[in-house]
Write a protein that binds this ligand. Structure first.
Ligand SMILES: Nc1ncnc2c1ncn2[C@@H]1O[C@H](COP(=O)(O)OP(=O)(O)O)[C@@H](O)[C@H]1O
Ligand SMILES: CC(C)(COP(=O)(O)O)[C@@H](O)C(=O)NCCC(=O)O
Length: 309
């Protein structure tokens, strides 16, 4: 996205250079081997990025977490009740293919190391997409990813149960079969939960419920449209490459197409689906994030925006 400075008047703009010097280097960094473990296809995160960008971010999250537990303790005193321990929830949003999953996985690892006795769970909201059968019945299969394709009420009740300390079973989406899997997965009541997805700052269709109300910290991953498109096309090619040998993979059907046909199809999906979704429904929620991480063409975070008020 190109930032209109007036849109971000309530944010402190921080360059990478300033950001990297904002915290005392007390947290241990990751080894190359640990980084290798969490990288997905095509990733190029470096230890330098972890030190300069993500460790200061973890330090900031520490501050928010402490403030949240102080407030909850004081509220308990006021109400003359013992405050329940509520999980700290972090929302991560941004366009399809901007790097949300990669950021989320990295944060999960860094937070587990920083809060040694805490459990850190990660949930992606694609599990709350309606199954293909429902989308087909409603004639909105080509709207996958748009607000109407998600069961937002279920997502809200999941967050509400997690906030009250319960273990919750949730559905899982598979990019390999392009549908919801028959088996659910159990999210055991965590101390910290990261919720990642294009829709996490959106309101529900009836506009009465806000997922943001459940977040104690929130991040929007940002980049220019042309860079995100390139990452989308590169990921598409890699997914196809991986699907060649697997006939059960959704992308397998496209492996017979020529390189030009594949590129055309991916460009089309980007333009008609993911770019439209970004412009109409995702980017307009950017200002709901506490922190905006802006990435350059090589995925390096070059600018950070921190909400002032
Ligand atoms: N820091 C990074 N360095 C290099 N490539 C990255 C980085 N983050 C993401 N990518 C690549 O960009 C593409 C989109 O990232 P991903 O995390 O899958 O996005 P999202 O979850 O937002 O759809 C993937 O191919 C991924 O490997
Ligand atoms: C399942 C998704 C809506 C979720 O996006 P993600 O959370 O993976 O960024 C998206 O990956 C998707 O499949 N969009 C439909 C159009 C397409 O095939 O790219």
């Amino acid at each position: 996205m190109i930032f209109m400075e007036t849109e971000l008047i309530n944010y402190e703009k921080i360059t990478r250079h300033i950001w990297q010097n904002l915290y005392k280097k007390t947290l241990p960094t990751l080894t190359e081997a640990e980084l290798e473990n969490i990288k997905s296809i095509n990733d190029e995160i470096s230890v330098q990025d972890v030190n300069d960008v993500y460790l200061p971010l973890v330090q900031l999250i520490r501050i928010y977490k402490k403030t949240m537990s102080d407030l909850s303790f004081s509220k308990g005193l006021f109400l003359q009740k013992i405050a329940e321990n509520q999980p700290f929830i972090i929302g991560i949003s941004g366009s399809v293919a901007v790097g949300k999953s990669t950021t989320a996985r990295l944060l999960q690892l860094l937070l587990s190391r920083s809060f040694k006795t805490s459990t850190v769970a990660l949930v992606t909201t694609d599990g709350f997409l309606y199954p293909n059968q429902t989308l087909t019945e409603q004639n909105i299969l080509d709207r996958k990813g748009f607000p109407e394709s998600y069961d937002m009420e279920s997502l809200i009740s999941f967050l509400s149960e997690i906030k009250s300390g319960k273990d919750v079973e949730i559905p899982v989406y598979s990019h390999e079969i392009y549908d919801i899997l028959p088996e659910k997965t159990l999210v055991k009541s965590p101390d910290i939960l990261i919720v990642e997805g294009i829709n996490v700052f959106q309101s529900t269709l009836n506009k009465r419920l806000y997922i943001n109300d459940f977040f104690d910290f929130s991040i929007y991953v940002d980049a220019t449209e042309s860079n995100i498109e390139r990452w989308y096309l590169e990921r598409f090619k890699t997914l196809l490459e991986l699907a060649k040998k697997d006939s059960t993979n959704y992308y397998h059907q496209f492996t017979r197409l020529s390189a030009d046909e594949v590129l055309k199809m991916a460009r089309d999906t980007w333009k008609k689906v993911n770019l439209v979704n970004l412009r109409e429904f995702i980017e307009p929620t950017r200002n709901r994030a506490e922190v905006i991480l802006h990435k350059d063409k090589r995925h390096k975070v070059d600018k950070i925006y921190l909400k002032k008020y």
